[in-house]
Write a protein that binds this ligand. Sequence first.
Ligand code: FSX
Length: 312
Amino acid sequence: MKLTRRQFLKLFGASAVGAGVSGLYVPEIVQALETAAAGNPPVIWLSGAGCTGCSVSLLNTVHPKIVEVLLKVISVKYHPTIMAAAGKLAISALDEAAETYKGKFILILEGAIPTAENGAYCTIGERDGHHITLLEEVKVLAEKAAALVAVGTCSAYGGIPSGKPNPTACKSFAEVTGKTVVNVPGCPPHPDWIVGTLVHVLLFGIPELDDKARPVLFYGKNLHDNCQNYSYFANGDFAKKLSDDKCLLELGCKGPMSFADCSNRQWNGYVNWCIGAGAPCVACCEPGFPDDSTPFYTKLPDELIPKPNKIV
Ligand code: FSX
């Protein structure tokens, strides 16, 4: 079965997930993804300044299973956290993949890139007794890759490692390479956003992006407008403490400045999401995170809070 782009968008779209009919639960669709991706160029995954939560999030992907994703759907050839090889063997695997698939592989970066002291704050291994900095390796590999994907807010925009005062001068993937990068932000990003974006790049090319270089498919809608608590907001019914099942705006929710489909998609196997669990949104998918989102538990200034557009 050949997967069309239209079918793909329907499967990965949040509306399908929200309705509980995600195609990702259907084994035939997983098989179709595998078949469609078979023979496609592989992925090289580098890790920089971050907490590795992006990898952990990817490992939590439920449908398709992570083994299928890593080996069949996106064919990861190098991933420092989960690969069996270490040391010289790992760097050889990296070099071999970059040479064999030159001009064809997808380069993923998780984490920001420390640029102070010529990148000395983040080394990824050794080559001929020379410490390889992430800064230099990213620049070399970016020239050989077919597409660049930033997984996580640290890689996409700098994120937590580049928060003030940013002593290691961390920068984003796009800032360092000066190239077009598909951003999949989130601290961490939802596994569907990672897998969905990679599959789209492999099968159909670069997806439609918004003005922050994020796939519209996942980041196209305002979180506040689609929040389960919107009717409370519209009626001026605000939570006074975190356990109140009402609009969390006065407790610091940053939903009005957030663009992501968390409210429809839900997390942890489509079970719940931050606001559903009583935690205000911290706008972790936005370029200004974390500096623009803090203090997390302080109400947004009035000029950033939209007027209710409907009373439910
Ligand atoms: Fe950053 Fe990845 Fe936040 Fe962590 O490493 S996006 S700190 S969840 O996991 O880059």
